[in-house]
Design a binder for this molecule. Structure first.
Ligand SMILES: [Mg+2]
Length: 203
């Protein structure tokens, strides 16, 4: 099987170091009218730091760019069991990373993926604003694992089976989505569950 996996909030957590980056100083630098003093993961009911902080897209872009050059960005850690599960799955399946990070992060993304996942990830792409469903189709993917509702809906509408990653209910931006209306979307909470589900299907 060809399995496509997202990076941020699926393989690793970008949000946790981003929250620390903001709380430990960035809120003083940015152009915030009423800055949130103690940003928490629970604030992310949408996966957009710009909307949460009520800043313009341009300011959000600048913030992510500064964050990516800071030591905090180097502290993106794999999620629990992600490394072991990807390694195990790669013995039987082809695993491809696909992220909608901006293109200037390609080098850093490759470096990070190699560092933690090595050969278990056979390829890595940044979708560059294109639909992930299009990538899945071009690569003949059988399954996509992603935390963003828009991506899994798009993929399922294009006939691609999708796992919506809940991260043990810590991915607050997708918690209220009702996947029961979609045949091709299943919710998964962690990597152990993904591994069990794929292995039980003996694909
Ligand atoms: Mg993601």
């Amino acid at each position: 099987m060809i399995i496509i996996t997202d990076i941020d909030e699926v393989l690793g957590s970008l949000i946790d170091p981003l929250i620390r980056y903001y709380n430990e100083g960035y809120y003083l630098l940015g152009n915030f009218k009423n800055p949130i003093k103690n940003l928490k993961r629970e604030n992310f009911t949408t996966y957009s730091i710009g909307k949460i902080l009520n800043i313009t897209e341009e300011e959000e872009y600048k913030m992510i760019q500064r964050f990516s050059r800071s030591p905090y960005f180097k502290n993106i850690m794999p999620l629990e069991n992600a490394v072991e599960s990807i390694k195990k799955l790669s013995e039987k399946h082809k695993i491809i990373g696909l992220s909608d990070r901006p293109n200037y992060l390609f080098g850093d993304s490759i470096f990070w993926a190699n560092r933690y996942f090595g050969d278990s990830l056979s390829e890595l792409y940044l979708s560059n604003g294109y639909s992930k469903a299009m990538y899945c189709k071009k690569m003949d993917a059988d399954l996509i694992i992603d935390d963003k509702v828009a991506h899994v809906v798009d993929c399922s509408e294009n006939g691609i089976r999708s796992y919506l990653f809940g991260n043990d209910k810590k991915n607050y931006w997708n918690q209220n989505f009702d996947e029961s209306e979609y045949d091709m979307i299943e919710r998964v909470e962690n990597w152990k569950e993904i591994l069990e589900r794929i292995e039980s299907k003996d694909l």
